[in-house]
Design a protein around this ligand. Structure first.
Ligand SMILES: NC(=O)c1ccc[n+]([C@@H]2O[C@H](COP(=O)([O-])OP(=O)(O)OC[C@H]3O[C@@H](n4cnc5c(N)ncnc54)[C@H](OP(=O)(O)O)[C@@H]3O)[C@@H](O)[C@H]2O)c1
Length: 260
């Protein structure tokens, strides 16, 4: 893309982690970026400064995606700011890491609002700002189809999000909007450190041992897939969830890598 193309990306949850890496990668590819955050204004401003250092424009918008009124404000800020969205990346997520028996109504309400509700709402509000050739990319996760300890809430919400990716891919196709998702494996971010707690070193070692890639993922690994799905090269990929996990889910537990 030429540096004058002035295409615009909105990346939810781009103050940190995978969202931040996606924002910076898209800026490097020539997009102006709306940086969205919830609780980390300083980090969001850092992301925006890094976008601007790459020669692109940046807007910083706060919105708690649990709150439909805040989602509306985010959409309004995009309309009043760049006025257009060429790539919408849904990276923000929040949950309570609990077993299914421990989950209470307020837990699932909050998680589903962020992961599923905000997607419906942003699609409704932003599709009118998305020209033909635009892309929507959802960051899902392995927990949608594999069982991860204390992950039922986010796993089930991500499964719902993946189903919605397929519906949107069909329903938005007449508008020229492509919709896909990415299922990252274990990526080193703040969330991972929080989830793993004291087991972080052991988890890192297990990922090294069990993954054909021989390492944990980096946010940039996922940002590269975002860039591809955003590009015209991905025009024939519709409604798919691209697994980017270093191959760690390929193995048969107990048999791979095994002492053979
Ligand atoms: N890391 C992994 O191993 C992994 C694996 C599979 C899938 N994923 C998925 O990848 C995505 C990014 O994860 P990450 O590990 O990069 O997370 P992270 O580093 O913890 O960042 C989370 C981002 O989401 C934002 N956020 C959290 N709750 C929010 C809310 N209620 N409203 C609006 N924004 C909110 C945060 O904003 P503030 O900074 O302002 O709080 C932050 O920008 C998530 O969808 C996650 O489920 C991650």
């Amino acid at each position: 893309m030429s540096s004058n193309a002035a295409k615009v990306a909105l990346v939810t949850g781009s103050s940190r982690g995978i969202g931040r890496a996606a924002a910076l990668r898209l800026a490097r590819d020539g997009y102006d970026v709306v940086v969205h955050y919830r609780r980390s204004p300083d980090l969001a401003r850092e992301t925006a400064a890094a976008v601007e250092a790459l020669g692109r424009r940046a807007w910083v918008v706060e919105a708690d995606l649990e709150d439909p009124a805040a989602v509306d404000r985010l959409a309004g800020a995009v309309r009043e700011g760049p006025g257009q969205v060429d790539v919408l990346v849904l990276a923000a997520a929040a949950t309570a890491f609990k077993t299914a028996l421990e989950v209470r109504a307020h837990h699932w309400e909050r998680t589903y609002r962020v992961v599923v509700g905000a997607l419906y709402q942003l699609v409704e509000r932003l599709v009118p700002l998305m020209p033909a050739g635009s892309a929507i990319i959802c960051i899902s996760g392995t927990g949608s189809d594999r069982v991860i300890p204390r992950y039922s809430l986010l796993g089930a919400a991500k499964a719902a999000q993946e189903a919605l990716v397929r519906y949107l891919a069909v329903e938005l196709a007449p508008l020229g909007i492509r919709v896909n998702g990415i299922s990252p494996g274990i990526i080193r971010t703040d969330s991972l450190v929080y989830y793993a707690g004291e087991a972080e070193a052991a988890l890192t070692e297990e990922a090294r041992r069990l993954s054909p890639a021989g390492r944990l993922g980096r946010p940039e690994d996922i940002a590269g897939v975002v860039a591809f799905l955003a590009s015209d090269d991905a025009d024939f990929i519709r409604g798919q969830i691209i697994v980017a996990d270093g191959g760690i889910t390929l193995g048969m537990p107990g048999l791979y890598p095994g002492p053979f």
